[in-house]
Each structure stands twice: as C-alpha cells, then as structure tokens.
Design a protein around this ligand. Structure first.
Ligand SMILES: [Fe+2]
Ligand SMILES: [Fe+2]
Length: 471
C-alpha cells in the first residue's frame, strides 16, 4: 500500500513529493512507537472505531472494526478560505499567512511542538488502562481517544515537516523519542508525565486535562498562520468526543457512588465496592489543579507577545469580541502582597493566559453543576465543587504560597496538615486501584460505575465494541 493510500488526507499529499517522502520516512518510526507505547495487549483485536475520512460536517467519520495498528491516521485541515485575514493583535486585518513569517519561526515551532508533545504523551500515560476496563463500551472509548491522539500527532508533524524544514524534521523525530514519565527524556509539560493508571483518573484526565487542550486548540485556531488554524480546527471536532468521555465518565461514577451510598446502612459507597463521593472530590482537586497549570503564568509577557504577533487569540476571538487589539484595557486579578490577596490591574495583553483560564474554569463549573444534579436526583445531599484555581499550584504566581480549597492563603504547615483531606492519599489510590477489574462481556458494567445513557453511533449498549482475537 502506498503512503497516500494509507494516509487519508486533504492536503494533496500525492502531488507534494517532498512532503510525501518526509512523511514516508517518519511513518515507520511512528508505527514502532505505537507498538511499543500504544495500548498494551490489544493490538491484534478488532475495535469498533471511527476514522476521520473527510472534513465534511455531516460525513467526516466512518465507523467500522479496525485493528489499531491498521488505523488510517490521516491529515485533514479545514478548507482554506483564501480571503481570510488575521483577526487580532498588531497584525489584525493582514492576510493570513500561508508560510511561516521568518521572525516568528522560533515561536511558532515552540507552540506546535508543545501541542504535538501532549498527543503521544497521553497515549503513553494510558497504555495499561485497557487491562482493567469497566466495560467493552469504555474499552472502545479509551482506544478511540488513543488513536485520535495519534492522529493529532500526525496533524502537528505534518506542519513541522511541511513548513519548518530541517528543524521541523528533527522535532518530528524527537516527538517519538520522549516518553511520558521518563527521567531522562520526559514529555514537555509536567501533567503529561503523571501516570493515568486507573479509570477514575482516565475520566478526570479526559475531563480536565483534555479540556485544557480544547482551549489551547481554540486559541490556535484563531492563529494568523493559516495551516495551524485549519489543522487545530479539525482536531477540535475529534476532541469533543474525548471531553464527552471524561465528563460523562465522572458523571457515571458519581451516579453509582450516590446509589451505593444509599444502599449502605452507614451511607458509605466503599462498603459496597463503589467510589464514594468524597474520594471523587479528591480526584477533582488533584486533576483540576494540575490542569489549570497548563494555561501558563497569570501575568505573562509571552502571552502578550503571542497575542500581539497574531499567533494565539482569545477563545472565540471573532465571535465573542468586538475589539481585537486589546491595547489600553486592563484585567483585574488577585495577586499576593505581603501574604495577603490584593486586587491588581494588569494590562489585558499580559493577562491573556488568565483570560483563557477563565473560559476553562467556567466550562468546568458547568460540568460540576451537572454532576451535582445527578447526585441530587439520587436524593443524596453531598455536593461536589471545583477548588479555587489558586489551590495546590506548582507553577505561576500562586505556587509560592499555600491556599485552601476556597483560595484563602494559609501557611505551608496548615496545607500539609490537611493535605490528606484534600488530595488523594496512598490509601485512596490503593482503594481505587483495587476496584479495577476488567469487565469484558458485552453490555456488562463494573460495579463501581453506572452504564452510559446510550451506545455509540446508534449501536446498542450490549454491542460487541471490541472483538478479541486471542489464541
Ligand atoms: Fe488531542
Ligand atoms: Fe484529546
């Protein structure tokens, strides 16, 4: 099979011999990485997966049984609008760039490589999870997320190969060499080096960490560098399913936890083999505080530069804002002054990370309200909540201080004394891990999670989403 056959694309790959050769050279290394670092133990099985085959809104995906190593990782950009102008920053109203402007080469490469690195990292973090899937439905969701993160790596590597010459080729190789959690060659961002070795963490990851990805991709989809804008736009289409998996996954754990707590005479879901709501809360505290780091420093000259240069816009810059210069305006934020919180006015461009983080936090709040409605429906009084964005930070200006869940400054000693109430303890982790036993019969669910509302793409819940080929 020729490379153009094995890579569905809408970038005229068969016409661009140079790019074709570059990708042909990269592909074997990618497949080797997938076999070594992709889902462990399921490479010969038939998974009912969707594959992106075009960018048509009504027919972009095909569903069929596929063995993961045969997945057709494709390259799709949303179609080019030749009239498109840049929508913000000092370069607003200029024609969008088809090539990388020389002076922005380094910045753009860094942005693309940082995004690209998260894609294989998450596959590596999740590679053991298949062995303890709570149902065939969930096993399929995991693999769907994994193959699409693989495709997102392809999307970014295509940009590196096509627009960054030799540097780009070297970066594309390095993306296959770093390993999540590796001491010598870790992935770039810390959150992507944390193992995701049980399913509660998988749902938290796809809820909170992948959701950071949504906002980063949305900011990049405004980019003046048109191929990046078009690549990230299409990635967002697939990303919606990952976020859905996380949000509904947590919801199902919460529903089951509430149900079981009602059945137990002492109201303890753990006594009946479920995940109790206080444990879910600790996982939220941990994963949310780790995901908010990904937006970068609260006051950031980098963020100002990215905006000024037309590289990274605000969330829905075109739809939401009338004024796209963001010069003159200020952003009010809480800073720490002699151990106390104080309101400070920051030039808006320097607060762009915080502006994006606000959108993200609102979206997370919405999901928590939904989970609380589920708990309420069960007649249970416990309520989940998001911690303050200042809680448990290791980067940015809040990392120099300690805060409680409400974001009130406390001493380091006070934080440490209450750490076990707020964040997962070794014992909590051991308990959650002890529940992780595979359930692989069609339609059956592990005891600690409620079934999903419906099956995938019109299929019933007891559909055989994975067919095992074992001897
Ligand atoms: Fe992704
Ligand atoms: Fe994702």
């Amino acid at each position: 099979m020729s490379l153009t056959d094995s890579i569905p694309n809408n970038v005229d790959l068969s016409q661009d011999k140079k790019l074709l050769r570059a990708l042909e050279h990269w592909q074997p290394g990618y497949l080797k990485w997938w076999m070594e670092m992709g889902p462990d133990g399921f490479q010969r099985d038939d998974i009912w997966l969707r594959t992106a085959v075009s960018v048509q809104p009504d027919g972009w995906a095909q569903y069929d049984y596929v063995k993961m190593p045969d997945y057709r990782w494709g390259i799709f950009l949303t179609p080019r609008d030749k009239q498109r102008t840049i929508g913000f920053g000092d370069v607003g109203a200029q024609q969008a760039w088809e090539e990388v402007p020389g002076e922005l080469r380094g910045l753009l490469r860094r942005i693309i490589v940082t995004q690209a690195d998260t894609e294989p990292a998450s596959v590596e973090q999740q590679r053991q999870l298949g062995k303890t899937a709570p149902s065939l439905f969930d096993l399929r969701s995991l693999f769907q997320v994994n193959v699409e993160e693989g495709r997102h790596l392809w999307a970014m590597v295509h940009l590196l190969h096509q627009y960054f010459g030799r540097d780009g080729r070297e970066e594309a190789e390095a993306l296959l060499e770093r390993r999540s959690g590796d001491r010598d060659k870790p992935r770039i961002l810390q959150t992507f080096n944390v193992p995701t070795d049980e399913w509660l963490s998988f749902y938290m990851f796809t809820m909170f960490t992948d959701r950071d990805g949504k906002y980063q991709l949305a900011a990049l989809s405004e980019s003046g560098f048109d191929p990046l804008a078009r690549a990230t736009q299409f990635m967002l289409t697939e990303e919606a399913f990952h976020l859905f998996t996380g949000e509904t996954g947590v919801d199902r754990v919460v529903r089951r936890g509430a149900e079981l707590s009602k059945k137990d005479p002492n109201g303890d879901a753990r006594a009946l083999g479920g995940i109790d709501l206080p444990t879910v809360q600790k996982w939220i505290n941990f994963w949310f505080s780790s995901a908010v780091e990904l937006f970068g420093g609260e006051i950031s000259s980098n963020a100002a530069d990215y905006f000024a240069a037309g590289l990274k816009g605000r969330y829905r810059e075109q739809q939401k804002y009338k004024e796209h210069l963001a010069l003159g305006d200020a952003y009010e934020m809480d800073v720490i002054e002699s151990g106390k919180l104080a309101r400070k006015s920051v030039p808006l461009r320097n607060a762009m990370n915080e502006v994006l983080r606000d959108e993200y936090v609102d979206d997370c709040e919405r999901a928590v309200r939904k989970w609380n409605r589920t708990i309420e429906e069960q007649g249970v009084s416990y309520r989940l909540r998001l911690p303050s964005r200042r809680f448990n930070r290791s980067m940015g200006m809040y990392s120099q201080h300690s805060f409680d869940l409400e974001g009130t400054p406390i001493s380091k000693e006070q934080f440490e004394a209450r750490r076990h109430e707020w964040l997962p303890t070794d014992e909590d982790r051991a308990y959650v891990r002890s529940l992780m036993k595979p359930v692989l019969e069609p339609g059956k669910m592990a005891n600690w999670i409620a079934p999903p509302a419906k099956g995938v793409h019109g299929q019933p819940l007891d559909f055989e989403y994975v067919k095992f080929n074992r001897d």
